[in-house]
Ligand binder design. Structure first.
Ligand code: PHE
Length: 344
């Protein structure tokens, strides 16, 4: 400031005060605060330069302006202190800086249980053939699990050896066949449904058997459903599921709710029928039971056996899952040890 007058210094003080007020409002970071300090409050800052200019005022004006400039300086220091405190506490509250170059943390991704995978595959094959999917309760009554399925009141399957009873009449279903009864009571033919689910049997627990496992039931009821259609469907399924090159055979069998009944064996897909530990050297694996729906079962659900025929089948799921993955102990499927499950 070259030729200073009282008037121009007065104006300069006013202008600087305005400038200070504007600049302090814009202070957002600690770096801004430091820039503010250097611009206005340092030894060569704008406030100091007005003190310097004041020196060339005529003598009597000096004390007056000295006072005004001191006020300005106090004002500037005060707002600076406030702003510095404000940005400092904001910085302390802010999260620590993010290092965007750090590698990401991988979250452990879950996987489907081997039994679920096997169930899904079985379901998709039958759904592609036109079957619906139905579910039923795992806690059943004697009527649905046995009586309506044509089990004689003294049938040994009702025995405490096989069935977990909740009370005299309530039990954990021993197979998925009670869902056949529930489906046929709800729906008139044509019925083409599979019924996957968990079943329970009071068996000694070992590497080969467990107190719970999974089955998939199948039911087809319509006019003129034939035994050869049953066999054709089972063969089509087995080839898709176990492989085109498997051999299969049907053995006559007995179930109270089907007549005639059969069981299906397939050539062991591990040893290709040569004989191994899994198929107990026989070369064959038993995979399912099936048959034509017994007329008594139709009568029990109110379907006329003179008008309709049907087939039903039931297959185990867990043993298949074991065989496919080369697992040698069924208990592993139910213990839910993540070190085991992580492998699938
Ligand atoms: N429910 C029978 C079982 O658990 C299997 C089966 C189902 C047989 C349907 C025939 C028809 O062994």
């Amino acid at each position: 400031m070259a030729q200073i007058t009282a008037q121009s210094l007065h104006t300069a003080i006013y202008v600087l005060r305005e400038e200070l007020a504007g600049a302090v409002a814009a202070v957002a970071t600690q770096a801004d605060a430091e820039a503010f300090r250097i611009t206005f409050l340092s030894r060569n800052g704008k406030v100091a330069s007005l003190f310097e200019a004041m020196k060339s005022l005529p003598g009597p004006d000096k004390p007056v302006f000295g006072k005004k400039l001191n006020e300005l300086k106090h004002y500037a220091e005060g707002i600076f202190a406030e702003a510095a405190a404000r940005v400092e506490s904001a910085a302390a509250a802010a999260p620590s800086q993010v290092d965007l170059t750090l590698p990401g943390r991988t979250l452990p991704a879950g996987s489907l249980h081997p039994v679920t995978q096997t169930l899904n595959e079985i379901k998709s094959i039958f759904v592609a053939m036109g079957f619906d999917i139905a579910n039923g309760p795992e806690i059943e009554d004697d009527y649905h699990n046995f009586e309506a399925l044509n089990f004689h009141p003294n049938h040994p399957a009702r025995d405490m050896q096989d069935t977990f009873f909740v009370s005299k009449d309530v039990l954990l279903r021993t197979h998925t066949s009670p869902v056949q009864i529930r489906t046929m009571k709800k729906q008139q033919p044509p019925i083409r449904t599979i019924m996957p689910g968990r079943v329970y049997r009071n068996e000694a627990i070992s590497a080969r058997s467990y107190c719970t496992f999974h089955q998939v039931e199948g039911l087809f009821v319509d006019k003129h459903v034939s035994f050869s259609e049953l066999k054709g469907t089972l063969v089509a399924f087995a080839k898709q599921f176990y492989g085109n090159d498997i051999k299969y055979k049907f053995r006559p069998s007995y179930f109270p709710f089907t007549e005639p009944s059969l069981e299906m064996d397939i050539s062991c897909f591990l040893c290709k029928g040569k004989g191994c530990r899994i198929c107990k050297q026989s070369g064959w694996l038993e995979v399912l039971g099936a048959g034509m729906v017994h007329p008594n079962v139709f009568r029990n659900v109110g379907i006329d056996p003179e008008e309709f025929t049907g087939y039903a089948f039931g297959m185990g799921v867990d043993r298949t899952a074991l065989l496919r993955h080369g697992i040698n102990d069924i208990r592993l499927l139910f213990e839910n040890d993540v070190r085991f499950l992580r492998q699938f």
